[in-house]
Design a protein around this ligand. Structure first.
Ligand SMILES: Cc1ncc(COP(=O)(O)O)c(C=O)c1O
Length: 347
């Protein structure tokens, strides 16, 4: 290895800070949560010979996974090609380019699978043109959820008994991975996934979404629906307002999915006194200074956020309902097919 170092050199960046947020609620606050699954997947790929020094990694991502891969590729001396979309903001694009990443941005969504499917189709073309390149495939690679064992161990070490875990769902790796390990000790753990209207992950009809980091236009294999007890959907305005609240109330400058997770965890804490809830806070706020934390961007793109918040969730009877704001559905550890067929047949 040259003077650049190795994949393991970034390991100390992986662990979350566990921050008490009052009334039995804790935030597991990451600098960049995706560093952990990215390193784990790259190490397994190197071990199995799928990735060799100087080799090429190709991935589709519009956010934190791209950044994590870029940091690791620079350390490990790999080439990296990222297929992204609108969610890859200019600041992040500059940072990826500075880390030597080759970027390909898709401009149009796929008519059925949105930007996520459009990115995947473009990625497949790149993979075909670069034989021998490695595709981490965070949406389906079982090493993504598996990588989270040490986070579960750290949360247990610092918090003790955990009754509820709350977090946004994108690939599904973090929530399903951490819940799997926590339930080895706490089988009753309540798992609450956060999604947003227009994301098909938990049954909403697909539509364009304005907040990155959660939801999607296709259902990833790494979302194990049968682990979730509840699903909550928050509007873009509510998610953004929640990030502002976390910053102003607690001084925690985090991304929008962190704000959403803490908002829902605090609600759960209030409705379950004496119990302990942990909210996953996957990244810091710096990437969002020109969007989520810019009042004029929020006004122009979301129509403002200050009035648009429900104080508590509205319980819905089907995940396919039209949702105007914070909504909640008792998922009951069922598969997506089970939930959809049972809610249809009860109509
Ligand atoms: C900021 C942020 N929060 C939450 C998530 C969801 O994590 P996961 O992909 O493990 O479901 C992501 C995924 O990319 C993310 O970028």
């Amino acid at each position: 290895m040259d003077e650049r170092g190795s994949l393991r050199d970034l390991k100390s960046f992986e662990d979350p800070r566990i921050v008490p947020l009052g009334d039995g609620v804790y935030g597991a606050c990451f600098f960049l949560m995706k560093l952990l699954p990215a390193r784990y997947m790259l190490e397994r790929a190197v071990e199995s010979g799928q990735l060799t020094e100087g080799g090429t990694i190709c991935e589709s991502s519009s956010g934190t996974f791209a950044l994590a891969l870029a940091m690791l590729a620079a350390q490990g001396n790999f080439r990296l090609l990222i297929v992204g979309d609108w969610a890859l903001d200019v600041g992040l694009q500059r940072r990826l380019l500075a880390l030597g990443v080759e970027l390909d941005i898709v401009e149009e969504p796929h008519p059925r699978g949105g930007y996520q499917l459009a990115r995947l189709e473009r990625l497949k073309k790149h993979l075909a043109n670069r034989p021998g390149s490695y595709w981490p495939a965070q949406y389906s690679n079982p090493d993504n959820p598996l990588s989270y064992a040490k986070v579960a161990a750290q949360i247990i070490d610092e918090v003790g008994q955990i009754d509820c875990l709350v977090g946004a769902v994108g690939s599904g790796g973090s929530m399903c991975g951490i819940a799997h390990y926590l339930r080895l000790l706490f089988p009753e753990l309540v798992l609450i996934g956060i999604d947003t209207p227009g994301s098909v992950l938990f049954g909403q009809p697909g539509a364009l979404r304005q907040v990155s980091g959660l939801g999607g236009g296709i259902v990833p294999a790494n979302v194990d629906h049968s682990q979730f007890d509840e699903v909550h959907w928050l509007s873009a305005a509510e998610i953004i307002a929640a990030a502002h609240d976390l910053h102003s109330d607690r001084g925690l400058f985090m991304g929008p999915t962190s704000g959403a997770a803490v908002k829902v965890a605090r609600w759960w804490g209030e409705t379950h006194p004496g119990k302990t809830a942990v909210a996953l806070c996957p990244d810091e706020g710096h990437r969002y200074v020109d969007t989520v934390y810019d009042e004029s961007w929020v006004k122009a793109n979301i129509g403002g956020w200050s009035d648009a918040r429900r104080k508590r969730p509205l319980t819905v009877t089907s995940p396919t309902e039209n949702m105007a704001g914070w909504s909640r559905f008792g998922w009951g550890r069922r598969s997506l097919v089970e939930v959809l067929s049972q809610t249809m047949s009860s109509k």
